[in-house]
Design a protein around this ligand. Structure first.
Ligand code: GRF
Length: 194
């Protein structure tokens, strides 16, 4: 992990679309005594996203990404993020595809968490597919975002053994707990290079 030179913290924005448990976890992480992140913005693809409750409770600024006007909205979000010196975007259950232009503008600074051992099981319904295929292991991955879905370079992964009797719903709970451990670790790992 990189040193905290002059106690300088890393400004981050978290992008969500739904429940926001990873967001809540990152908020908690940012509030720890020795935390090295400042969670400045929550960007949501919907004003109805359940996870926005955590941003409101913690007085974190919210930006609603208007997908009906995708390019204009992306341009505005970029402007706000850049002028506030955001150095890392963490996608956490963000269900929209960012444009290539947006990704290029934040090259190497957008990461995502995915509930499978990538490159296996990209996309949705990972736990159902893992169970159906009688896999022995599953887990989660934090990776860089590139133009292809769930395909960017892997930063860190965590693996668990699937037990007899595990269902997709049991796996989703187990993996979510792992995700909450893994996302802060991934940010720590990147900290030195950002
Ligand atoms: C997580 O399982 C994450 O891996 C995936 O979407 C889910 C978001 O959950 N990309 P939450 O909104 O953080 O609770």
């Amino acid at each position: 992990m990189g040193k905290l030179i002059g106690n300088k913290k890393l400004n981050i924005a978290v992008f969500i679309s739904g429940r926001g448990s990873n967001l809540n976890n990152l908020i908690k992480f940012s509030k720890k005594k020795k935390s090295f992140i400042n969670l400045i913005f929550v960007v949501s693809s919907s004003k109805a996203a359940r996870g926005l409750v955590y941003a409101k409770k913690n007085n974190i600024k919210i930006i609603i990404f208007n997908y009906k006007k995708k390019l204009t909205s992306e341009r505005n979000v970029l402007k706000i993020l850049n002028s506030n010196k955001i150095k890392l975007i963490c996608l956490a259950g963000f269900m929209k595809i960012l444009s290539i232009k947006f990704i290029r503008n934040f090259k190497g600074k957008i990461i995502n968490i995915h509930p499978s051992l990538l490159p296996r099981y990209k996309g949705l319904n990972t736990h159902e597919r893992v169970i159906k295929n009688n896999e022995k292991f599953t887990g989660c991955t934090v990776h860089f975002v590139n133009k292809n879905l769930d395909s960017g370079k892997i930063i860190i992964q965590k693996k668990i053994k699937i037990k007899k009797g595990d269902t997709a719903s049991i796996l989703s709970k187990k993996v979510l707990t792992l995700e909450h451990q893994l996302y802060p670790k991934a940010i720590k790992k990147l900290f030195a290079s950002l």
